[in-house]
Design a protein around this ligand. Sequence first.
Ligand code: GLN
Length: 311
Amino acid sequence: MAGANPTPEALQAFLDRLSAEIHERGDWGKVADYIPELADVDPAQFGIAVLLADGSMCSAGAARVGFSVQSISKVFSLACVLGRIGEQIWQRVGREPSGSRFDSILLLELEKGIPRNPFINAGALVVTDELLTGRTPRDALSEIIHFIRLAADDDDIHIDRAVAMSEQDTGDRNRALVNYLKSYGNLKNPVDYALGTYFHQCAIEMSCIQLARAGRVIAGLPGAPAILSPTRARRINALMLTCGHYDESGDFAFRVGLPGKSGVGGGLLIVAPGRASIAIWSPGLNDTGNSRAGTFAARRLAEFTGWSVFG
Ligand code: GLN
């Protein structure tokens, strides 16, 4: 990545302007309503937090408000499973962009039960199933939460059980995906264990400030705890760049040029390797299920900082 980082003061002033601009635009998108508990969230909210390599944290808007991280949790479950079984996970899940919706069943049928990548739902379900092997759902969840708390250096990160139960009641597509995986012999644990653990991991709640801190290990920032090897962090970054926004991943790479992972709670974790860990939240989504204002803010931030993995 070329060029110097902006000073924390210049970045802070920019984030304040950006937050004001987002509210003026008022282009919020629609909250995810297939998880009833998320349908009640006010879409007109925006928060951003940027943790720089020198340890300074700049933030604006609702950066301290907790939100449901949903699919962003898949980054951390992948980090855990790589630590647990390493490369063997690639026998059960691929590493190619899907070009399809995050909950596509079609692709799983075509590819005979080997999901395209660990960030679409089917792939994340395989990762969670692997984390469950030989352990209880409670222990598997503890491992993910423990990893995130260590990464963020914050024990005040929890699962919102109401969100997990809400998805448990309505998550029929995920139920279908797990059953498909099972029918192809790519599920090791009982369907309900894999689903329950997955719904709870998606229901982890964090604020932008907490998520930006947790992202330190993925961004390889100085001072981050040594819980993820640099090689694995690099590989997770590659997958975030190519697969982190489902069928909008190409456009995000084109316009923002940084690895990122979205969630249907409206969150985004974005990585400027070695420079910054960025968390953005705005709950209204676009048609691809990514935060509408959050994606706009990511573009503005990349323009302002000049950060890009492409030099
Ligand atoms: N829990 C959500 C689901 O499985 C996560 C999807 C997402 O954030 N894109 O549908």
